[in-house]
Write a protein that binds this ligand. Structure first.
Ligand code: MOS
Length: 730
C-alpha cells in the first residue's frame, strides 16, 4: 500500500517532534561505519565474478578532431587480449549530466583532450592496460579548437533585471565594482569511477559507483537500447561523488557494452588520471559584482554577472548567480550569466554547483563595501537581509541567516567594528579574520521508500537511494526509528539497488529531505495501520521501544503484527510549497588566517561555521557534511585549480599530487554550530539540504581574512602565495 504526498503547503505539524523514541537528530554512528573502516564494505571495483574480464579505456591526446580509424589488429594478438570495443556510445559524451540522454554527438568526433574512444578487454588488468597503450588510433586533429576561456563568443542567458542598476550606482553613497576569477575544479572523489557488468543474455546487472540510480538506469538503458526492466544497477557504497557520479560515464557504458558483446562479466576501473581528464569539471568563471549602498550601508543596487564555459551543445551552465537572486536586498538589480564554448571536458555539477563559486565573490564585495562605508562587516550583512525575495517578491520560508551571523560571531570571538588591515603581526605572520554568509538553494525530488514491520518486531527500510558518504543509512534508520518507536539497531536499511523502490538519488543536497520524507510517509502509514488494529486514532498512539501505548492500554508491537509483515511505501513529491516560498539553507563563516609577510603563504588558523538547514536528522553526519564543506572552502580559497595547457588544451594536473585538495596539515580545528530550525515549507520532515551548504561562501571569508591580515585584496582564486605576494602592499 502506498502513502502519497505531493507537498503543496508547508507542513507545520512537526510530527517528528511529537514522537518519543528520541533518536532523530542524535549523533548516532553510521550503521555501515564498521564495514567501511575495516575495508569490508564492497565498492564497485571490488566486485568480481567467475571469468571476469578487465577493460581499460583508451583516450586520445587530441583536443578536437575526428577518429579516422582504430587499428584493432595492432593489439588483438597481444597476450590475454580478448577484444577492442570501439563503439560510438563510448566515444560520445555519454550522459555526464543529471539524467542525461544517450550521446548526442556524431560518431567518432573528439571534443576534448582525454576523451575515451575505445575499450581494450583482456584476461587481466595488466594485459588490458598494456594493449590499451599500444592500440593504434588515427585522428584528424583540429588544432584551431578554442582552448582559451576568454576567446570566442559567449551566449547570454536570460537576465534578471529590476529597476536601473547603473542609476543606482550613480546615486549611491558607496559603491563597489569588482571583477573576480575562479578556476576549474574537480570533484576529486576518493573512489575512482568503476563498474562491473554481467549479461545473462536477457538482463544486465551492473555494480557501479553512481549517485542517482533511478536516472542512471534510465540513461544506461537508453544508451544500450534495452528496456529499463532489463537493467539492474547496484551501488550500495559510493566512495564520494560530489556530482561526478550523477550520470553514468564511460566506465559503466564500456563495461556494459563489452559484457553484452562478449558474454562474460567485464570490469572497468578508471585510472586517477582518466577520472580527472574525462569526468566533468566545474567551469572556471569570471565574475563582476556591483554593489550600490546608501549612506547607512543599505543596498540600493545589486549586480552580478558571470561568464562560464562548457562544450558546444551542452546545456549545463555553472549556476553562479543562483543565490545572488535572493541573498541580499537591493531594488535595482542586474544578474546575467553567459556561457562560452570551450573544448575542455564537459562542465557539470561539482559540489554545490553555482554557489560554491558565486557566493564567495559577493562576500568579498560586501567586505569591500563594509570598509568603504565604515561599517562592521557582520552588521553590514545583517542590514541587508531582505524582507522578501528581492526580485520575485515571494516570502522566505524559515531563514536563519541573521542568527547564524550573530551566533557564529559570538562563538568565533568576532571583534565588532569597522576593520583596518594589518592590525596584528606575530613575527613574520600577519594575522587577520574575515566573515562571509552562506546560502544554498533548497531542493527536493520525488522519492519512494518501502518500510516493513517484520514479524519479529524489527523494521526494514528499502529504497534505491544511495549513500555517497553522507550518512543516508544512518538518517533513514533514525527517521523510521523515531516514527515506529524502535532503536535504529532494530532497523535494517537497504540502499543502492534499482530492484528497490526508486528514491531521489543523492545530489543537490536533496537526498535527506526527499528520501527522509518518503520513509516518514511510509511510517505514517504503518502508524495508521497499528492504530486501526488497536481501534484508536494515530494521534493517540505512542510507539516506544517496541511497545504501543495509548490511553488505557499497552501492547508489544510484535503482538499487533501477529506474525505477518506489515508494509507501506511512502511516495513523496515536491509541490507548490517550495515554489510559493523562497526556500534555502543559510549560514555564516568566520575564518582566521596567518599570512607570511615574506612568502605570501596563507595558513587558515581556525574557522567557525554556523548553519541553519532545518531539522538536523543526525548531528554527527550533518556536522561531518559541514566539516567537509569548510574543508573544500580552504581548498577553493588557497589551492584547488584545474590547470590547462594554453597551447594544446590538455589538463596538466590530473592527479591528487598536483591538484591540491586540502590535507590534514592544511585544515585546522573547524568549529561547527548547527542551529535549531524547522522549515515546514522545505519538506514534511522540516529538513533542508546541508551537504553543499558548508562550501557556499567560506572561501570568501578566507579571502577577506587575508585582506584583514595583510592588506592584500585578491580577485583571483585560488589565492596562491605568488598571487598574495603580488597583491601585498609595501
Ligand atoms: Mo551534487 S554536485 O548535486 O552531487
Amino acid at each position: 500500500m502506498s502513502i502519497y504526498c505531493k507537498q503543496d503547503a508547508p507542513d507545520e505539524r512537526n510530527v517528528l517532534d511529537t514522537m518519543v523514541q528520541g533518536v532523530v537528530g542524535k549523533p548516532l554512528v553510521r550503521p555501515e561505519g564498521m564495514l567501511k573502516v575495516t575495508g569490508t564494505a564492497t565498492y564497485a571495483a571490488e566486485f568480481s565474478a567467475i571469468d571476469c574480464l578487465e577493460g581499460v579505456l583508451v583516450t586520445v591526446p587530441v583536443v578536437r578532431g575526428k577518429v579516422t580509424s582504430i587499428d584493432k589488429d595492432s593489439v588483438l594478438n597481444m597476450p590475454g587480449v580478448v577484444a577492442v570495443i570501439a563503439d560510438q556510445r563510448l566515444t560520445g559524451r555519454a550522459a555526464q549530466g543529471m539524467a542525461g540522454k544517450a550521446p548526442a554527438q556524431p560518431a567518432q568526433d573528439i571534443s576534448y583532450w582525454g576523451q575515451p574512444v575505445a575499450l581494450v578487454v583482456a584476461e587481466t588488468f595488466e594485459e588490458a592496460r598494456d594493449a590499451a597503450k599500444r592500440l593504434l588510433i588515427h585522428c584528424d586533429a583540429d588544432d584551431d579548437a578554442p582552448v582559451d576561456p576568454d576567446a570566442g563568443e559567449a551566449r547570454k542567458r536570460t537576465p534578471t533585471t529590476k529597476g536601473d542598476l547603473a542609476h543606482a550606482m550613480a546615486q549611491a553613497a558607496y559603491t563597489v565594482d569588482a571583477r573576480f576569477t575562479t578556476e576549474g575544479h574537480a570533484s576529486a572523489a576518493m573512489e575512482p569511477h568503476a563498474a562491473m557488468a554481467q549479461w545473462d543474455g536477457e538482463k544486465l546487472t551492473v555494480h557501479a559507483s553512481l549517485q542517482m540510480l533511478k536516472f542512471n538506469r534510465a540513461e544506461l538503458a537508453d544508451c544500450l537500447g534495452l528496456e529499463e526492466e532489463k537493467v539492474r544497477l547496484l551501488s550500495p557504497y559510493v566512495g564520494g561523488g560530489f556530482g561526478s557520479k550523477l550520470g553514468v560515464s564511460q566506465e559503466t557504458v564500456g563495461a556494459s557494452l563489452a559484457a553484452m558483446e562478449l558474454g562474460r562479466p567485464v570490469r572497468v576501473v578508471m585510472s586517477r588520471q582518466q577520472v580527472f581528464q574525462t569526468i566533468m569539471r566545474r567551469s572556471e568563471t569570471s565574475q563582476r559584482v556591483r554593489l550600490a549602498a546608501d549612506a547607512k550601508g543599505h543596498l540600493i543596487g545589486f549586480g552580478h554577472e558571470a561568464r562560464v564555459s562548457n562544450l558546444p551543445e551542452e546545456r549545463f551552465a555553472e549556476p553562479v548567480l543562483q543565490s545572488s537572486q535572493f541573498l541580499y536586498a537591493g531594488d535595482n538589480r542586474l544578474l546575467q550569466l553567459e556561457v562560452a564554448r570551450l573544448h575542455r571536458m564537459t562542465a557539470g555539477s561539482v559540489r554545490a554547483p553555482g554557489e560554491a563559486v558565486g557566493v564567495q565573490t559577493v562576500e568579498q564585495a560586501m567586505d569591500m563595501l563594509a570598509e568603504k562605508a565604515g561599517i562592521d562587516p557582520v552588521e553590514l550583512r545583517l542590514r541587508n537581509i531582505p524582507e522578501e525575495h528581492p526580485a520575485e517578491g515571494k516570502p522566505f520560508s524559515s531563514r536563519k541567516l541573521a542568527d547564524c551571523l550573530k551566533e557564529g560571531a559570538r562563538a568565533f570571538g568576532w571583534q565588532d567594528g569597522p576593520r583596518k588591515p594589518r592590525h596584528t603581526r606575530e613575527g613574520e605572520w600577519w594575522i587577520g579574520s574575515g566573515v562571509a554568509s552562506a546560502a544554498r538553494v533548497h531542493a527536493v525530488e520525488e522519492a519512494k521508500a518501502r518500510v516493513t514491520l517484520q514479524p519479529d518486531g524489527t523494521a526494514l527500510v528499502e529504497t534505491d537511494m544511495t549513500d555517497i558518504g553522507t550518512g543516508t543509512y544512518a538518517i533513514l534508520g533514525q527517521v523510521a526509528g523515531e516514527m515506529l518507536g524502535l532503536s535504529p539497531d532494530d532497523i535494517e536499511v537497504k540502499l543502492g539497488d534499482t530492484d528497490l523502490p526508486p528514491g531521489s538519488g543523492s545530489g543537490g543536497s536533496f537526498g535527506a529531505p526527499s528520501c527522509g520524507s518518503a520513509v516518514f510517509l511510509a511510517c505514517e502509514g504503518l502508524r495508521e495501520e497499528l492504530a486501526e488494529r488497536i481501534g484508536i486514532s494515530p494521534a493517540d498512539l505512542t510507539l516506544k521501544d517496541g511497545f504501543a501505548s495509548w490511553d488505557g492500554g499497552r501492547k508489544a508491537v510484535v503482538d499487533l503484527i501477529e506474525g505477518k509483515p506489515v508494509q507501506r511505501t511512502g511516495h513523496f513529491e515536491p509541490g507548490a510549497s517550495t515554489e510559493d516560498f523562497s526556500v534555502s539553507s543559510y549560514g555564516a563563516f568566520f575564518a582566521e588566517v596567518a599570512v607570511n609577510r615574506w612568502t605570501g603563504e596563507t595558513r587558515v588558523r581556525r574557522m567557525t561555521g554556523a548553519f541553519g538547514f532545518g531539522r538536523v536528522l543526525n548531528a554527527r553526519t550533518a556536522r561531518s557534511q559541514c566539516l567537509g564543506g569548510m574543508t573544500w572552502c580552504i581548498g577553493h580559497a588557497l589551492t584547488e585549480s584545474l590547470l590547462f595547457d594554453p597551447v594544446d588544451g590538455h589538463l596538466v594536473n590530473c592527479d591528487l599530487a598536483e591538484y591540491h585538495v586540502p590535507v590534514h596539515r592544511d585544515v585546522p580545528d573547524l568549529e561547527v554550530l548547527m542551529l535549531e530550525e524547522r522549515d515546514g515549507a522545505a519538506s514534511p520532515i522540516q529538513a533542508k539540504g546541508v551537504g553543499e551548504l558548508g562550501l557556499c561562501g567560506g572561501a570568501g571569508a578566507i579571502a577577506n581574512a587575508i585582506y584583514d591580515a595583510c592588506g592584500a585584496r585578491l580577485f583571483a582564486y585560488p589565492m596562491t602565495p605568488d598571487r598574495v605576494l603580488a597583491a601585498m602592499p609595501d
